[in-house]
Ligand binder design. Structure first.
Ligand code: SF4
Length: 288
């Protein structure tokens, strides 16, 4: 199977992403987020490994991409997870695009401040960087292998200062856990981002089990919401629609207050439909 794949999240009718390719230099992820959905379909997910012959294979595959194609790194792992410090596959990929002078657009999605290392490379590419921040308070529980949220705010600041379009990904919002931090997260990042994308937590069986184990005092409430009151959509357990509307609407109001463009990810809530591309990739065309 080619490493560069058309992005197609289980053919979800709720996905509003533009056509793009997805690329994961690593299989699995060392950030070990307990809410991660990828653990439900990738074996040994928390024992990440580099993709075999990554550069050699990707070099061939890149030549087959159409001009101007959008490549998203990454959707089922983090391109700047701890392994990247040694293997540098993400950096080598970015360098390759530059050396081959390929007309591609790149969208980075990460929870690591390691992305700062590649600012000088990113500056010369048609790219945007989306940094996910979900919590200041529960970082060690929710995303133990990733960079502390404060470092991610700093990374956004540095990227923005370097002239690279930036996106805040406030995803996932988990009721009664990080829901209360939404305003603080937006307030601390608003000056350094050009767009905000958000989403409520969509549970898989295994991720919900990890979550209720980590927050035993919320176990009953979360299990009730997701397993009894919620709905199953495209293979995931969603919160009840009214609750999702309430959560998303609050984020929307705060984003508006800070003048940020706003989109949601696979919520299917028409009232928050965004006319541009939800993932923030529209910024690439606007900036370059
Ligand atoms: S950074 Fe993303 S891919 Fe990695 S564990 Fe967390 S949610 Fe999963």
């Amino acid at each position: 199977m080619p490493y560069l794949q058309p992005f197609d999240p289980w053919k979800s009718p709720l996905c509003t992403c533009p056509p793009k390719y997805t690329l994961n230099p690593y299989t699995g992820c060392g950030h070990r987020c307990i809410y991660c959905y990828a653990t439900s379909f990738i074996k040994n997910f928390y024992s990440p490994r580099p993709k075999k012959d990554f550069l050699k294979r990707i070099k061939k595959e890149l030549t087959k991409l159409p001009q101007g194609a959008l490549v998203s790194l990454s959707n089922s792992s983090d391109p700047y997870q701890p392994l990247e410090k040694n293997f540098q596959l993400t950096k080598k990929f970015l360098r390759l695009i530059q050396e081959l002078n390929l007309n591609l657009r790149v969208l980075i999605i990460t929870k690591s401040s390691l992305v700062e290392r590649d600012i000088s490379l990113l500056k010369n590419l048609r790219c945007a960087v989306s940094i996910t921040i979900t919590t200041f308070k529960y970082w060690k529980i929710l995303e133990p292998g990733s960079s502390p949220a404060e470092e991610r705010v700093e990374a956004l600041k540095k990227l923005k200062t370097a002239g690279i379009p930036t996106i805040l990904r406030l995803d996932p919002i988990i009721p009664e856990i990080n829901e209360t931090e939404v305003e603080e997260i937006i307030k601390k990042t608003a000056d350094f981002v050009d767009h905000l994308i958000t989403s409520t937590y969509k549970a898989k069986r295994d991720s919900l089990n990890r979550l209720v184990k980590a927050f035993p005092e919320k176990a009953k409430y979360l299990s009730f919401l997701y397993s009894k009151k919620g709905e199953k959509l495209s293979g995931s357990y969603y919160l009840p629609k009214e609750l999702r509307k309430r959560i998303i609407s609050r984020v929307y109001e705060i984003a508006k207050m800070y003048g940020l463009s706003f989109a949601t990810c696979r919520e299917g809530l028409k009232e928050f439909a965004f006319k541009e591309r939800c993932d923030g990739s529209f910024l690439i065309d606007r900036f370059f």
